[in-house]
Design a protein around this ligand. Structure first.
Ligand code: HXC
Ligand code: NAP
Length: 294
C-alpha cells in the first residue's frame, strides 16, 4: 500500500451528498472523483457549466456515483442560495460542504488595481462565507445535524506570502472563519476543519503562479524536504477522512499536507542542509576549539 492508493473502504460515503465548489477542475475534481468512488453523490459547482457537464459525464462513467453540476459564482449570495436550493431539491439533504473554489495569481501588490485585489478576496473569502452562511442557515432552519464544512486554505494563511497578498489575506480570513465557527456552530452539530496543501500541480494554479519558464526556474519540489510535490490522491484521502465520521472528534483544526515545505522556509538554520556531510567534522572542530578558549 502507498499514498497514491485509496484509503477508505468501499461505500464509506454511501448515502452521503457532498457539495464541492470548484469541483470541475484540479484538486476539486480529484476530491470529487474519490468521494464518488466511495459511494457519495456530489454537487459540483463553478462558473463554467459546460466544463461541469463534461466532468459529470466523465466521472459518472468512471464511478458509480451521481454528479449534479450547478453553475454558481460563489461571489454572489443569490446564486449560492439558488445552488443550495437546487442541491437540496435533487438529493433531499446535503451532508458536507467543501469550500475549494479559489482565484489567485502572482503580482507585485503595487501593480494591482483595487478591483484585482477585491476579485481574489471576493472569490476566496466572500465565496467561502457565502456558501458557509447559506448552507449553515439551511441546516439550522431545518434542524439538520451531523454536517461537515471543510475549507481548503494554504500554509501562507499563517505565514503570509509576498506576491500573492490578496490570496494570503483571504485564506487567513477563511482559516479564522473555520476556527471561529468550529466553536460557535458545534451546538448545531456542525464540524469545521481546513486543509492547507503544499504544492499539488494543477493547471489552474500552475498557469497563474508559475507562468512561462518559472516552472523550471522555481521547481517547487526542491523547496519540499521530502523532495516531491503532492499526489492528488493523497489530498483526496485526507479530505475524505475529514469529511467522514472517522474524524468525528476533529473540529477547528487545520491539517497541513505539504511534505514539510513551510517549516523548511521557517526554521532559521534550515539552510544548513546545504552543508556537505564531510564538512561537519571541520565545523565541529572549529566550534569546540572556541569553547575551550572561553
Ligand atoms: C494584475 C490582474 C491579473 C494579473 C487579472 N487582473 N489578472 N491584475 N495581474 N495577472 C485584474 C483584472 O485586470 C481585473 O482588474 C481584476 O483582476 C479581475 O480580473 P477579471 O479577469 O475580470 O476577473 P475574473 O474573470 O473574475 O477572473 C478571476 C481571476 C482568474 C482570479 C483573475 O485568474 C480566475 O478566473 N481564476 C480562477 C482559478 C484560479 O485562480 N486558480 C488558481 C488557484 S491556486 P481591473 O481593475 O482591470 O478591472 C491557489 C493556490 C495557492 O489558490 C497556493 C499554491 C501553492
Ligand atoms: P483550480 O483548478 O484553478 O481550481 C479553482 C476552482 O475554483 C476552479 O474549478 C474554478 O472553476 C473555481 N472558481 C474560481 N472562481 C470561482 C467563482 N467565482 N465561483 C465559483 N467557482 C470558482 O486550482 P486548484 O489548484 O485545483 O485549487 C483548488 C484549491 O486548492 C484552491 O482553494 C486553492 O487555493 C487550493 N490550493 C491549491 C494548491 C495547489 O498547489 N494546487 C496549493 C494550496 C492550496 P471556474 O473557473 O469554472 O469557475
Amino acid at each position: 500500500m502507498n499514498y497514491t492508493q485509496r484509503m477508505l473502504r468501499d461505500n464509506a460515503f454511501k448515502g452521503k451528498t457532498i457539495v464541492v465548489t470548484g469541483g470541475g477542475s484540479g484538486l476539486g475534481k480529484a476530491m470529487t472523483k474519490y468521494f464518488l468512488e466511495l459511494g457519495a453523490n456530489v454537487v459540483i459547482t463553478s462558473r463554467n457549466i459546460e466544463k461541469l457537464e463534461k466532468v459529470k459525464i466523465e466521472l459518472e462513467e468512471k464511478t458509480k456515483g451521481k454528479v449534479l453540476p450547478v453553475a454558481c459564482d460563489v461571489r454572489h449570495y443569490e446564486q449560492v442560495e439558488a445552488m443550495v436550493k437546487t442541491s437540496v431539491n435533487t438529493f433531499g439533504k446535503i451532508d458536507a460542504l467543501l469550500n475549494n473554489a479559489a482565484g489567485n495569481f502572482i503580482s507585485p501588490t503595487e501593480r494591482l488595481s483595487a478591483n484585482a485585489f477585491d476579485t481574489i478576496i471576493d472569490i476566496v473569502l466572500k465565496g467561502t462565507k457565502n456558501c458557509t452562511l447559506a448552507f449553515g442557515k439551511h441546516w439550522i432552519t431545518n434542524k439538520e445535524i451531523d454536517k461537515v464544512i471543510l475549507n481548503i486554505v494554504t500554509t501562507y494563511a499563517w505565514t503570509g506570502s509576498a506576491y500573492v497578498v490578496p490570496s494570503a489575506t483571504a485564506k487567513a480570513g477563511v482559516l479564522a472563519m473555520t476556527r471561529s465557527l468550529a466553536v460557535e456552530w458545534a451546538k448545531y452539530g456542525f464540524r469545521f476543519n481546513a486543509i492547507a496543501p503544499g504544492p499539488f500541480p494543477t493547471k489552474g494554479a500552475w498557469d497563474r503562479l508559475l507562468p512561462g519558464n518559472l516552472k523550471e526556474k522555481f521547481d517547487l519540489a526542491k523547496k519540499v524536504p521530502l523532495k516531491r510535490v503532492g499526489e492528488h490522491q493523497e489530498l483526496a484521502n485526507l479530505a475524505a477522512y475529514l469529511i467522514s465520521d472517522f474524524s468525528a472528534y476533529i473540529n477547528g483544526e487545520v491539517i497541513t499536507i505539504d511534505g514539510g515545505e513551510w517549516l523548511k522556509g521557517a526554521g532559521q538554520f534550515n539552510m544548513l542542509d546545504q552543508i556537505p556531510e564531510d564538512m561537519w567534522d571541520m565545523l565541529e572542530k572549529m566550534i569546540r576549539s572556541k569553547k575551550r578558549k572561553s
